[in-house]
Write a protein that binds this ligand. Structure first.
Ligand code: UDP
Ligand code: MG
Length: 323
């Protein structure tokens, strides 16, 4: 049996909490009843500096239910940081933690499958939506576009996976070694390693309240995801520079030809040539400088270069390495 924590970041979620809590506590009771998880397992609500009654509701639930706990952050730090706070709080107390949004758009029915996969040796189990029927057309297009752009820009991420996943305590330990401030969990987690798997479900509509991710936040989030995972955009700029310089060469031939045939206004040749050539050179140089800055950027993040899974000493019991 495993000890499980379900971590739920909550920002102004007073409308959904009653229903969410009902479903999650029932689920937890069921899991405990069926002997899937130990009775010390719990749900941790992380209050991300809500301005409504979220925290007082969480406090009340924590008193009413044995399986409910709350964590209050001092201020609003955003979804990703709130989630990290919750995960880091539980990482040494449990065998595995599942993160899920407060609105329960992600199907809690697959939590059992996640636990099964964990028991068969997976350290990370991603919840992946296989359809977006309930999302509005706009949300679907923007969200799917998001994953595609991310991929082109070189950030590693699991298609159609948000922050609904199970992580073992050693995967969480791995995660704790990532020192970056610009947190994009769904990009970081796949870089940790370990055996992983996916479970599939259909995404539901938000229970109540409204999305805390309007379009401007989504764009900011996508931008964050790209810029904190890859320095590819810099290579693209360099590429454009090279392309312009090549254009300049073509233009050189063309304008020289025009010049020789005398078919041209005085001064045109030199202006057109320098325009393309200098433009290309400038972009190329900016991209070049960007490459160095990108390298510095990667270095200052001080990410772990490797994460040890286990060590075999040849003696009877293998020593689990959790560093
Ligand atoms: N959230 C948070 N801090 C914030 C914004 C959102 O903790 O500053 C939480 C929110 O309570 C929810 C989750 O992040 O549990 C995802 O937000 P939401 O459901 O609004 O996003 P969407 O599903 O629309 O992308
Ligand atoms: Mg949601």
């Amino acid at each position: 049996m495993i000890k499980l924590a379900i971590v739920v970041p909550c920002y102004n979620e007073q409308e959904v909490l009653p229903s969410t809590n009902k479903q999650l506590t029932e689920l937890m009771a069921g899991l405990i009843g069926r002997g899937k998880v130990t009775k010390e397992s719990f749900i941790l609500y992380v209050n991300d500096g809500s301005r409504d009654d979220t925290w007082s509701i969480i406090e009340r639930y924590a008193h009413e239910h044995e399986t409910v706990q709350g964590l209050k952050l001092a201020g609003n730090v955003g979804h990703q940081n709130a989630l990290l706070a919750g995960l880091m709080t539980v990482k040494n107390e449990v065998d595995a933690a599942i993160s899920i949004d407060a609105d329960l758009q992600d199907d809690i029915g697959v939590i059992t499958d996640m636990i099964d996969k964990f028991e068969t040796g997976c350290d990370i189990v991603y919840g992946v939506r296989n359809a977006r029927k309930t999302d509005t057309f706009f949300k679907r297009v923007t969200a799917e576009g998001f994953y595609k752009v991310m991929k082109v820009m070189g950030a590693k991420s699991i298609y159609n996976h948000a922050d609904y996943r199970l992580m073992s305590s050693r995967a969480l330990d791995g995660l704790s070694q990532y020192k970056e401030r610009n947190l994009f969990l769904r990009g970081i987690v796949p870089t940790i390693g370990f055996k992983s798997d996916c479970v599939y479900y259909e995404r539901k509509e938000r229970l109540a309240g409204e999305s805390k991710y309007p379009i401007n936040k989504m764009i900011a989030f996508a931008f964050d995801g790209i810029t904190s995972f890859s320095i590819k955009p810099m290579s693209y700029i360099m590429g454009i520079g090279v392309f312009l310089i090549l254009c300049a060469i073509v233009f050189a031939i063309y304008s020289f030809h025009s010049y020789l045939t005398g078919n041209v206004v005085r001064g045109w040749t030199s202006i057109v040539l320098s325009l393309w050539f200098i433009g290309g050179l400038v972009l190329f140089s900016v991209g070049m400088v960007g490459q160095y800055i990108g390298k510095i950027y990667i270095e200052v993040k001080e990410r772990p270069r490797y994460i040890v899974e286990c060590r075999e000493t040849g003696s009877d019991d293998a020593i689990e390495q959790n560093s």
